[in-house]
Design a protein around this ligand. Structure first.
Ligand code: RIB
Ligand code: CA
Length: 312
């Protein structure tokens, strides 16, 4: 059964790999459109990078939309220290020639959810949740029409990566995350707890480079660049490939396991802004609003990813 999705993204090398995996999996995924949001780098770059990735995959037909250029209530925080000044550092790819759609990303999300049958569109945010939250605030009637939200963000046991308490996507726009996690839409969450288990070890990246395709070389070059930050910080044998956990789950959910629990977002305290307060041990009676992933078959994930990238 093919799932219709909108990918909301702030490319970002790991976003790029997630998009490629989606585009390489037409049996499971139909990409209705890609909506760019400010995050890893400013919007002018994330919307351009999304088009670069589509052209790398030979998919100039994919509609790419530009969305919100800043979070709901805070100044934008970016992550060039991880992703480089372009957001896709590691390899120089041609400037995109496919057009950016004129429609604002938020309008596209609203229109799509109004036009598609209820419960048939999955939203896949890979960056800050500004576009999704803005769509929900602008057109509340679409919330009940969303099939599911499958997102990368948050952390519990792994704690924060941009502050001691918070993961980047949630930290950048905690108010937006609060709207999404409080929306009542079924949520499947890929937190750092699971993404830190899919590390870009050398054998895994060499297997991708050995595809000896333009896509294989680009993905290997991107991971060679972006892994240096996490490897230095965590001392691991590789870096977490965060965002492809979202599209891998759509293709092969059995790779992942977690718990259906309550997750709330800290928006008040400057110290813990953006923390995902996950009731993993069922201590409260707060409503269970999220399938919070905690474990993954890492080699199975990379075998799937490599096999699908070989198709492009
Ligand atoms: O914390 C990791 C997340 O922040 C990933 O989505 C990465 O692309 C950045 O957006
Ligand atoms: Ca991202």
């Amino acid at each position: 059964m093919t799932r219709k999705i909108i990918i909301d993204t702030d490319p970002g090398q790991d976003d790029a790999v997630a998009i490629l995996l989606a585009l390489a999996s037409p049996e499971e995924i139909e990409v209705l459109g890609i909506t760019a949001v400010a995050g890893n780098v400013p919007l002018a770059l994330t919307q351009k990078n999304a088009r670069i990735v589509c052209e790398l995959a030979g998919r100039r037909d994919i509609r790419v939309f530009a969305g919100c250029e800043k979070p709901l209530a805070h100044a934008l925080v970016t992550a060039e220290h991880v992703h480089g000044k372009t957001g896709l550092d590691g390899i120089a790819l041609p400037e995109p020639t496919m057009p950016l759609q004129d429609t604002h990303a938020v309008e596209f999300i609203i229109d799509t959810l109004r036009q598609e049958p209820p419960g048939t569109v999955t939203l896949c945010p890979l960056g800050p949740l500004t576009n999704i939250a803005t769509a929900f605030r602008t057109a509340p009637e679409i919330v009940g029409r969303v099939q599911e939200i499958v997102l990368m963000g948050g952390a519990y046991f792994e704690v924060g990566n941009i502050t001691p308490a918070a993961e980047f996507n949630i930290y950048v726009d905690p108010e937006a995350a609060g709207i999404v996690f409080g929306s009542g839409v079924p949520l499947t969450v890929m937190p750092l707890d699971v993404t830190h288990k899919v590390l870009t070890t050398r054998p895994r990246i060499e297997a991708i480079r050995d595809l000896d395709t333009e896509v294989g070389h680009a993905v290997a070059a991107w991971t060679d660049f972006f892994e240096r930050f996490d490897m230095e910080k965590y001392g691991h044998d590789g870096a977490p490939l965060h965002d492809p956990c979202v599209t891998a789950w759509l293709v092969r959910p059995g790779l992942f396991s977690g718990r259906h629990i309550n997750v709330e977002i800290e928006t008040a305290s400057p110290l813990t802004r953006g923390m995902t307060v996950a009731d993993w041990w069922g201590i409260t009676d707060r409503p269970k609003n999220a399938m919070f992933m905690g474990d993954v078959d890492a080699q199975g994930f990379y075998d799937l990813l490599t096999g699908r990238l070989a198709r492009l």
